[in-house]
Write a protein that binds this ligand. Structure first.
Ligand SMILES: Cc1cc2nc3c(=O)[nH]c(=O)nc-3n(C[C@H](O)[C@H](O)[C@H](O)COP(=O)(O)OP(=O)(O)OC[C@H]3O[C@@H](n4cnc5c(N)ncnc54)[C@H](O)[C@@H]3O)c2cc1C
Length: 291
């Protein structure tokens, strides 16, 4: 049973913000694939909803005059998979989108909802971390920008204040031009499963030397993370098989997986190490390297 006490459909972002201010207990609903499950399970705090589903101003994917890429928070994973801009410039994010749920979920689940629910297994998060995405947030009186690496405050907690809405993700040109990447999701089955571990690698290479190396994980800690020790170890290193082994050894010092019913901490650590090699290798192959 859905114990829904109040439901209001917003006609614009400004109206949604005003409705959130007038109804302090209300939650936003976008695709509803997380919210409706919580409502059905009777979790407190989900019985008043402000609906932003299908607001046009939250659904656009475009490049601005400086070729930065903007992805509206209300963009569904199916929209992302079908976008030429994302396919051409951010194929890693496309891979992440393709790995979410099944077709019915991807048709309604939004990238904004995926990040705002604050869970570490969000499939879009590792790629957004590796792309240094910046979140554009609007409130009653002001707008602000938050790097995705600062947005997660703890499990299920994100940096959104009363009345604020995530409107879009910005990926600047210098964070995608010349980069090659790959998202690798390990789950117990190929579809309709939450990541046991998700790993995104984005790298830049010149004369077989890594000039930038970014590696990000979901489920390797309480929130999605980047791996600073492994990244600095890999910088300015020549591509070779030993480098992949070094990356997989160092990654242990960057992560803190836990045991859950889905997998033990030890099993997750093995997957983390293996995915560091597989995702890096695939990104290197895309960059034209032989490994
Ligand atoms: C069967 C099934 C399979 C799934 N498989 C996967 C999977 O493989 N990978 C994965 O990552 N997830 C998966 N999920 C989880 C879910 O589909 C995703 O997290 C999805 O992206 C959530 O988006 P939504 O639009 O449905 O969010 P909603 O349920 O509408 O909202 C989620 C949360 O974000 C808040 N919110 C939404 N939009 C905004 C905004 N613009 N500004 C501020 N707050 C906002 C809401 O208030 C709510 O707290 C699955 C869910 C189901 C039911």
């Amino acid at each position: 049973m859905f114990d829904l006490k109040k439901y209001i459909k917003a006609g614009s972002v400004d109206q949604a913000i005003a409705l959130l201010m007038e109804n302090p207990d209300a939650k936003l609903i976008a695709g509803g694939t997380d919210v409706l499950i919580k409502l059905r399970d009777g979790k407190p705090g989900f019985s008043e909803l402000v609906d932003i589903h299908d607001l046009k101003e939250l659904k656009e994917i475009r490049q601005d005059e400086a070729n930065n890429i903007l992805i509206g928070s209300g963009t569904t994973f199916s929209d992302i998979i079908q976008s030429d801009i994302i396919n051409n410039h951010l194929p890693m994010l496309c891979e992440a989108a393709q790995s979410v749920g099944g077709p019915q979920i991807r048709n309604v689940a939004t990238i904004g909802g995926n990040v705002c629910n604050g869970v570490t297994s969000a499939d879009s998060a590792p790629s957004l971390f590796a792309l240094n995405a910046v979140l554009e947030i609007r409130g009653k009186d002001a707008a602000r920008q938050v790097p995705v690496s600062k947005f997660y405050l703890g499990p299920g907690k994100v940096d959104l204040k009363k009345g604020e809405i995530l409107t879009s993700f910005r990926i600047t040109l210098e964070n995608y031009q010349g980069y090659f990447g790959h998202y690798y999701k390990y789950a117990m089955r190929n579809a309709m499963d939450i990541a046991t571990i998700g790993c995104a690698v984005s790298l830049k290479i010149k004369n077989h030397i890594l000039t930038d190396f970014r590696i990000a994980y979901g489920v390797a800690g309480p929130v999605p993370i980047r791996c600073p020790k492994t990244e600095s170890l890999s910088m300015n290193k020549k591509v070779c098989k030993t480098l992949l082994d070094e990356i997989s050894r160092t990654i242990e010092t960057d992560v803190s997986p836990r045991t859950s019913w889905r997998a033990s901490k030890e099993f997750r650590m093995n997957i983390i190490k293996e995915l560091s090699k597989r995702a890096t290798k695939e990104a290197l192959i895309r960059a034209g390297e032989q490994v």
